[in-house]
Design a protein around this ligand. Sequence first.
Ligand code: ZN
Length: 187
Amino acid sequence: MAERKVLTKYIPPDFDPKKLDRHRWPKNRQIKVRTMLPMSIRCNTCGNYISKGTKFNSRKEEVVGETYLGIKIFRFYLKCTNCSAELAIKTDPQNSDYVVESGATRNFEPWRQQDEVVDNAKRRRAAEEMGDAVKSLENKTLDSKKDIDILAALDEMKSMKARHATVSLDSMLEALQSTYATKDRGF
Ligand SMILES: [Zn+2]
């Protein structure tokens, strides 16, 4: 059998690998990838709702000249399932999320707004405390005061529950029924 695998290759003595051109893809090269929509959106052109998890044959490219702490950001081009208008979304590493860039609007998500409020409060506090030891101490004191208040409220609720523990559901229903019965007789 002839040799099937080439184990040795002739390399001419004047071969210089440095003279070879390194193949480089252009920076904004687009590749086709099959993606799932990471959030529910609404097409701006036709008003069609596209739900999270819809699969697309999308084109993916690197967003040139934009990074987050050295992390690359990618853009995906999709087509509306109804009108085929082009939509663009890109990754958002800062919030470990995606943002709609054009062609559509993201549907309102209450949990996201809640997260945003918490994040904003944290960010504001961090900015306040930056290099301000007094402010940080103040905030810490407020925190511990809040904790104590919560514990006190919890204790109060516990004692209230203990006081009412003797009233069972059955006895409560019985009492209600008897009051209704007396009311009925009265009319
Ligand atoms: Zn559309």
